[in-house]
Design a protein around this ligand. Structure first.
Ligand code: NAP
Length: 251
């Protein structure tokens, strides 16, 4: 039987985060749906509550430690001690290196890396006290290098090192840390990439699907399914891993 926990999912107003939040709620957890704007979380919260689950919309900028500390304290007060964290909030600032600004670099580092650090640091005391925790960080196949993504690939590779270190430090408290590295997932993020390169999204998807062994692109639910497994009680011996969810093999 699944024990009911309190989960935090960042960037959960839409895309992968929204699907993960809904899946964790369906698994029986109370879910803090965190995004920049609390009002933007209403769709995800409504989907969860109308399905009989429990959810709370919380506005926070993950890159800002004060904002995160306040959000996590609110979550602990209103839902209980958070012991599942999914660091999913993300942004793209793609450009070839010679055109990439310092701001493009810093923004991506601040949201993905500092954001995951901030949220994990604020939540870890609840996990160590509970002697249970599940930390799930969203990496990417871009961690292996991707044209136009010097900032994003560095951040996503950095998250893999962060994840492995968390697993080493926190294992003795019953806390696991794992990363999910998605391939192409059909969301607003990949739609924005299609727009940036000037290709209709349907064509972009069809082209990507041909290159993927399972011959389709991923859906947010594919990532939610993996997050559900990693958050489960039974996954307590899986830690420090990077799970590529990409429709084919990655190293
Ligand atoms: P998405 O549709 O763009 O959603 C990202 C969410 O994060 C948005 O709701 C966004 O809010 C929120 N966010 C951005 N900055 C934030 C901040 N500072 N604080 C709090 N929330 C913030 O992206 P997605 O495709 O679902 O991707 C989710 C995660 O998976 C990201 O980490 C991404 O890098 C990773 N990923 C995606 C793919 C893919 O193919 N889609 C592949 C590999 C990895 P706003 O709407 O207000 O900006």
């Amino acid at each position: 039987m699944t024990e009911s926990r309190v989960a935090i999912v960042t960037g959960a107003a839409r895309g992968i985060g929204a699907a993960v939040a809904q899946r964790l709620a369906a698994d029986g957890h109370a879910v803090a749906v965190v995004d920049l704007d609390a009002a933007a979380c209403a769709g995800t919260v409504d989907a969860i509550t109308s399905a009989g689950g429990k959810a709370l919309a919380v506005g926070a900028d993950v890159s800002d430690a004060e904002s995160v500390d306040a959000a996590v304290a609110t979550i602990a007060d209103e839902l209980g001690a958070p012991t599942i964290v999914v660091n999913n909030a993300g942004v793209l600032r793609d450009n070839l290196l010679f055109k990439m600004s310092v701001d493009d670099w810093d923004t991506v580092m601040a949201v993905h890396l500092r954001g995951s650090f901030n949220v994990t640091k604020a939540a870890q005391k609840y996990m160590t006290e509970a002697k249970f925790g599940r930390i799930i960080n969203l990496s990417s196949t871009s961690a292996q290098g991707n044209r136009g993504q010097a900032n994003y690939s560095a951040a996503k590779a950095g998250l893999q090192g962060f994840t492995k270190t968390l697993s080493i430090e926190l294992g003795k408290f019953g806390v696991t840390a794992n990363a999910i590295a998605p391939g192409f997932i059909q969301t607003d993020m990949t739609a924005a990439t299609a727009e940036r390169v000037g290709v209709p999204f349907d064509d972009f998807i069809a082209y990507a699907a041909k290159e993927i062994p399972v011959q389709r692109v991923g859906q947010p639910e594919d990532i939610a399914h993996t997050a559900s497994f990693l958050a489960s009680e039974g996954a307590g011996f899986v830690s420090g891993q990077v799970i590529y969810v990409a429709g084919g093999p990655k190293d």
